[in-house]
Design a protein. Structure first.
Length: 143
């Protein structure tokens, strides 16, 4: 009889710990745009940053709710795939809009942000050999 070890949860926990450690290290190494502001500027910037974040969060939630309704109504794999593509497009547009608003906000304080935020890692997602997505994604590799 085999003793089943919780390998997968342990690996996931290790991955999470490594991700948090690398994020903390990056934060220490590269000062953000806010570090170039005086305390008074930071205090003036805060309400606008907060408002932009809340708007962006509401847009993401709305997009997810729309995607959920679409997926629930999907009757075919093609309809499901179309829902995912629309959700992905909506998410990208929301991020672009948010980043544009953040650039404008920081620009008012004399800080130039890059045209687009730096991508972390590769393309992300569940890229696998023989498929475009991951589990449950049409064309994706099933586990």
């Amino acid at each position: 009889m085999f003793l089943r070890l919780p390998i997968v949860p342990a690996l996931l926990g290790l991955g999470l710990a490594l991700t948090q450690a690398s994020t903390a290290l990056r934060a220490q190494q590269a000062p953000g745009p806010g570090s170039r502001l005086t305390p008074q500027q930071r205090q003036q910037l805060f309400p606008e940053q907060k408002q932009l974040w809340l708007q962006h969060s509401r847009a993401r939630i709305s997009g997810l709710q729309t995607a959920e309704r679409c997926v629930q109504a999907a009757q075919t794999a093609d309809a499901f795939k179309s829902c995912l593509q629309r959700e992905r497009q909506s998410n990208m547009e929301s991020r672009r809009s948010h980043w544009s608003a953040m650039r404008a906000l920081y620009g008012r304080y004399g800080i130039q942000l890059p045209e687009q935020p730096e991508r972390r890692g590769g393309q992300g997602g569940w890229k696998r050999q023989g498929g475009e997505g991951g589990p449950g994604v049409p064309g994706g590799a099933e586990i």
